[in-house]
Design a protein around this ligand. Structure first.
Ligand code: PLP
Length: 412
C-alpha cells in the first residue's frame, strides 16, 4: 500500500489502496475477480504445505480466494486489526462468531437492542445449545456491569444500535468484561471504521454487515470479522467448515464500494446531523434519535468514542402508524426498503426493516414504537433531502390515529 514502510496512511487512503498491491497481476490497476473454485499445484509437496497453512496460497474456494482475501485485508487495515475473515452475510459473521466462541454451559451477555437477526440468535438458537443468554437494558450501564461481574464467556455489543441509535460506552464495558476474562465482540456496522474503531477501545473482535456502509451500494451481501490472529483463526475455521463463504463477485463489489467509504461516510455524517437538527425542530415530529444531537441521552459517550455520528437516524412522527403510512410514500428521494448504508437514502419502519423477524409484542418489549421511522441518509445533496422531508411532513400534518402509539424508546 505504501513504499514508505514507516508511514501509516489515514483511513481514506487505506480505503482506496489497502490490501491490493500483491494482487494487481500483470500490471492490472484493479483487483481481479477470481472465480476459480480450486487452485492447482504441480508440486504435491508444495500443495501439501499450502493445505497445511504453512505456505501462502489457495486450495479451495470455500476456504480462501484471492479476491475475497483482498476484501478481508482492506477491512483489516481500516479496523487496525491483526487479522480478518469474511462471511457470506453479516448474519453469517455474527452467528459464526457466536457459535465459534460459545459452548454448552457458557453464558453470553448482550443488550436488548441488538439487530433483529442477532436478537433471534440469542433468543431462539443459542438457548437450544444450552448457552445461557442474558440481554440487559441497553441504556443501563450499571445493570450491565453488575451482570458482567457475575461472569460470562462473551460480551456482545452493538453501538450505535439499529434502529433507535442507542449508544453504549464501549471502553467502560470492555473494562468490566476484562475483569472476568470475557471476550468482547462489537457489531460496528452502523458506525463504520471511519467513525469508530472498537478494537482501539479494547474490544477483542469487531464485525460488520459489509452489505451496508462498507459496500455502500446495496448490490452485494457480505460480512467480516476482525481481531487478533488467534481469535480470527478460530472464527475462520468455523466458517471454512460450516461454509458461509463470501462469493468472489460479491467481494469485488464490496471492494469497489469501499474505495469511496470515507467520502460517503463523511457526507452521510454531515447530512444526518443537519437532518436530525431539522427534524428535532419540526412540529410534526415527536422525537428524533441521533447520537450527534446534544439531546441524545448518550451524546457525551458518542462524542468520546466516535469520530462522526454516522448516517442513520430515526424519528417518531406525530400521528403514529397512520402518519407513517401517509408520510413514507410521499418521499421522492428515499427507497422504502429494508437495507441501510447505501448511496441512496433508504427509509422504513422497523417492523419491515431491522426488526422484521420480531413480532409486534417483541418489538414493544424492546421499546420500538410501531410509528418509528428509520432513515438511512444517502449521499444526495443535504438540502434536497431536507426539502423532501419537509414536503412529506407537510403532506401528513394533522393525521390522527385513535390509538396513538405512545411507547418511547428511552422510557424503559
Ligand atoms: C444488516 C445488519 C446485520 C445483518 O447483516 P446481513 O448482511 O443482512 O446479514 C447485522 N447487524 C447490523 C447492525 C445490521 O444493520
Amino acid at each position: 500500500m505504501t513504499k514508505d514502510r514507516g508511514y501509516e496512511p489515514l483511513v481514506g487512503t487505506k480505503a482506496v489502496w489497502g490490501g491490493e498491491e500483491e494482487y494487481l497481476v500483470q500490471g492490472a490497476t484493479q483487483v481481479p475477480v477470481v472465480h476459480s473454485v480450486s487452485f492447482g499445484y504441480e508440486d504435491i509437496d508444495h500443495w501439501h504445505e499450502v493445505a497445511l497453512g504453512r505456505k501462502k496460497g489457495h486450495i479451495y474456494g470455500r476456504n480462501t480466494n484471492p479476491t475475497v482475501e483482498v476484501f478481508e485485508e482492506k477491512v483489516r487495515l481500516l479496523e487496525g486489526a491483526e487479522a480478518a475473515t469474511s462471511f457470506a452475510t453479516g448474519m453469517a459473521a455474527i452467528s459464526g462468531t457466536l457459535f465459534t466462541l460459545l459452548s454448552p454451559g457458557d453464558k453470553v451477555i448482550s443488550i436488548k437492542d441488538t439487530y433483529g437477526g442477532t436478537n433471534k440468535v440469542f433468543l431462539e438458537f443459542l438457548p437450544r445449545f444450552q448457552v445461557e443468554v442474558k440481554l440487559c437494558d441497553t441504556l443501563d450501564h450499571e445493570a450491565l456491569e453488575r451482570e458482567i461481574a457475575k461472569g460470562c464467556k462473551v460480551l456482545y455489543l452493538e453501538s450505535p444500535t439499529n434502529p433507535t441509535c442507542k449508544v453504549v460506552d464501549l471502553e467502560r464495558l470492555v473494562r468490566a468484561a476484562k475483569q472476568v476474562g470475557a471476550t468482547v465482540v462489537v457489531d460496528n456496522t452502523l458506525a463504520t471504521p471511519v467513525n469508530q474503531n472498537p478494537l482501539h477501545l479494547g474490544a477483542d473482535l469487531v464485525l460488520h454487515s459489509a452489505t451496508k456502509f462498507l459496500g455502500g451500494h446495496a448490490d452485494a451481501l457480505g460480512g467480516v470479522v476482525c481481531g487478533s490472529a488467534e481469535l480470527v483463526e478460530k472464527v475462520y475455521h468455523y466458517r471454512e467448515i460450516n461454509g458461509a463463504t463470501l462469493d468472489p463477485m460479491a467481494a469485488y463489489l464490496l471492494l469497489r464500494g469501499m474505495k469511496t467509504l470515507h467520502l460517503r461516510v463523511r457526507q452521510q455524517n454531515q447530512s444526518a446531523l443537519s437532518i436530525a437538527r431539522f427534524l428535532e425542530k419540526h412540529p410534526g415530529v415527536d422525537a428524533v434519535f441521533y447520537p450527534g444531537l446534544p439531546s441524545h441521552v448518550h451524546h457525551e459517550i458518542a462524542t468520546k468514542q466516535m469520530k462522526g455520528f454516522g448516517g442513520v437516524l430515526s424519528f417518531v412522527l406525530k400521528g403514529g402508524l397512520a402518519a407513517v403510512r401517509r408520510f413514507l410514500p410521499q418521499l421522492s428521494h428515499a427507497h422504502l426498503a429494508a437495507n441501510l448504508g447505501s448511496v441512496e437514502t433508504v427509509a422504513g419502519p422497523p417492523r419491515t426493516t431491522s426488526h422484521v423477524e420480531c413480532t409486534e409484542a417483541e418489538r414493544r418489549a424492546m421499546g420500538i414504537p410501531e410509528g418509528l421511522i428509520r432513515y438511512s441518509v444517502g449521499i444526495e445533496e443535504t438540502e434536497d433531502l431536507i426539502h423532501d422531508l419537509t414536503q412529506a411532513l407537510d403532506a401528513c400534518s394533522g393525521t390522527e390515529e385513535a390509538q396513538f402509539e405512545t411507547i418511547h424508546p428511552f422510557s424503559s
